[in-house]
Design a protein around this ligand. Structure first.
Ligand SMILES: [Fe+2]
Length: 273
């Protein structure tokens, strides 16, 4: 299936834990009705306590390969470590559910390869030192909570180590993808990699929010590859801010951020491959 795909239905920040079982089923049927070759989800699917059941429920109805990465909310009321262990099991035991950090680069057709890493805000955009903002991440995700009670800089260190690990993993994924000689590399990640892609009411988010809305380290990785491989087109799909953005920093690099609203999951785009 993977080698012949023509379309991928892209979802982001659907937060399906907020829906009733009936509403979830109706949303899965809408996806199925698009008749996509595959589904791409760029995180914030649900929360730690229900992400597994929700992914299985979606796979049962949609019955197509689902390629996904996780967002910060997918770890809420749990730990990064435990949720990731579950995703490893899934990817190994279910032939439709592919957590991209575990499944590695996916060749979708002759020209296009898909890679993905969850990604974390890294506090390097905006003004972390002076921001009064505090996200629920540091209350509801075990690893971040443990550091946040020690202070804002231990929290920053943890945010950055999560972000940097995922950026390094993405670098390795893109290197592997290049071996497949693609014309196009699709990159799925949760947090926008450039501040120009972190919008709020049509403008770049303020310096108080940017430390939690952007992943500068991911932007550095994708820019480096796009500079080095100018004959390959790189398209980044992400979410997190819930505000749509389309940012093209280079001729061969486009960043798409999806729009989202709690309780009203939408199909972002049927991506033509
Ligand atoms: Fe998010």
């Amino acid at each position: 299936m993977g080698g012949l795909m023509k379309t991928l239905t892209w979802l982001t920040d659907v937060h399906l834990n907020f829906l009733s079982k009936d509403e979830q089923q109706r949303f899965y049927k809408r996806i199925k009705d698009e008749n996509p070759d595959g589904v791409l989800i760029t995180g914030d699917i649900a929360e730690a306590t229900n992400i597994s059941d929700i992914l299985l429920g979606m796979a049962n109805v949609v019955n197509r390969p689902i390629y996904f990465i996780l967002g910060n909310h997918d770890y809420y009321h749990g730990s990064v470590h435990a949720v990731r262990n579950k995703m490893l099991e899934f990817t190994d035991s279910n032939n439709l559910l592919n957590w991209l950090p575990q499944s590695g680069p996916q060749r979708l057709n002759e020209n296009t390869v898909l890679v993905g890493q969850d990604g974390w805000a890294d506090g390097r955009l905006g003004n972390y030192r002076d921001t009064p903002v505090m996200l629920n991440d540091s209350r509801l995700i075990e690893e971040l909570f443990k550091e946040a009670i020690l202070g804002r800089y231990p929290l920053l260190d943890k945010m950055q180590s999560l972000a940097d690990d995922d950026a390094n993993a993405l670098k390795a994924n893109i290197k592997d993808a290049l071996k497949l000689k693609p014309k196009k590399i699709l990159i799925a990640t949760h947090v926008p990699p450039f501040k120009e892609a972190c919008l709020y009411e049509g403008k770049i988010s303020g310096d108080d929010f940017l430390p939690f809305f952007g992943a500068k380290v991911m932007g550095d990785v994708v820019s480096e590859f796009a500079t080095q491989y100018q004959d390959i087109s790189f398209v980044v799909f992400c979410g997190h801010t819930h505000h749509q953005a389309h940012y093209q920093p280079m001729d061969n690099l486009i960043v798409k951020v999806g729009a989202a609203e709690y309780y009203y999951p939408e199909i972002q785009e049927v991506v033509q491959l």
